[in-house]
Design a binder for this molecule. Structure first.
Ligand code: NAP
Length: 267
């Protein structure tokens, strides 16, 4: 039998929480042989227990405390990954926060927090681990969003940070390709996670109906995102860099149901 795709690979996943997309990505990659550095503010006890069940020697997982809003945490986390594993093959920039509401009400501190976590955090983490990725000709997968490719009413701040992450993906892909480091992004539509539940709770039933209509394949599961990330991070995607892959929505067609505010491509 051939080795699993991520045997002897070390993967850093930011924002790997017990129940979200990061947790699903960690579980998926562990099931394919990876060792994991889970980098997040809160220790994901449940996830660590689950990973211990999945993994067998020499694969292992460690949690490294890191809050993107605290000075120096990102650089410390990158140094600890180097100490713990002495190699890094894949970085998954998954940490993110969501603040929704009308554009006119977006407060300066909310805007700053969105930028700091969703965009500056990903940029600085990538800078901090780049020397390790260069040594292994590794790759980066950024978790952007459908709202980073197409305007979504109520998500002006969040969507702008995710559009920035798509821009960072494309620029870095071009810059790092000569050194054989690939950089890709996924742009999921709505995925069932606690973050999404919070967003959905604030919607009227009419808007919820319209959002469902933007998901012809149904609302996604965290494992759907994890499967796409596993592909892009694997050697099977060795000839793919700089893509921002839409997941769970049809980016190339006008939507069947339209928001008045945005007559085309509204999710
Ligand atoms: N759910 C969706 O519909 C959807 C759709 C498209 C894209 N996404 C993106 O997918 C990613 C994961 O989202 P999710 O739905 O799985 O939500 P989630 O469970 O809330 O995951 C967000 C993660 O980000 C971490 N985080 C929050 N603040 C942070 C900070 N200051 N520093 C470092 N990490 C921080 C959280 O850590 P703690 O748990 O330790 O607080 C958590 O692990 C996000 O980037 C999100 O924008 C989600």
């Amino acid at each position: 039998m051939s080795d699993p795709r991520f045997a002897e690979h070390v993967v850093l996943v930011t924002g790997a929480s017990d129940r979200g997309i990061g947790g699903a990505i960690a579980s998926r990659l562990a099931s394919e042989g990876a060792s994991l550095a889970l980098v997040s503010p809160e220790r994901p006890e449940q996830l660590l227990a689950e990973l211990a069940e999945i993994q067998s020697e020499p694969a292992r997982s460690v949690w490294i405390e890191c809050d993107f809003l605290r000075d120096g945490d990102i650089e410390k986390a990158a140094a600890e990954v180097a100490d713990q594993f002495a190699q890094l093959d894949v970085l998954v920039n998954n940490s993110g926060i969501d603040i929704s509401g009308n554009f006119a009400d977006l407060a300066p501190d909310q805007w700053q927090r969105l930028l700091d976590v969703n965009l500056t955090g990903a940029l600085r983490m990538t800078q901090a681990v780049l020397p390790q990725l260069l040594k292994r000709r590794g790759n980066v997968v950024n978790i952007a969003s459908a709202s980073g490719l197409a305007g979504t009413p109520g998500l002006s701040g969040y969507g702008t940070t995710k559009a920035g992450l798509v821009g960072l993906t494309q620029t870095l892909a071009a810059e790092l390709a000569p050194q054989r480091v690939r950089v890709n992004a996924v742009c999921p539509a709505l995925v069932h996670t606690p973050m999404a539940e919070q967003y959905v709770k604030e919607l009227t039933s009419e808007i919820w109906d319209r959002i469902q209509a933007c998901h012809p394949l149904g609302i996604g599961a965290a494992n759907d995102v994890a499967a796409a990330v596993a592909f892009l991070a694997s050697a099977e995607a060795r000839w793919i860099t700089g893509v921002a892959l839409p997941l769970g929505w049809v980016a190339s067609y006008p939507l069947p149901v339209q928001f008045e505010e945005r007559p085309r491509r509204s999710c």
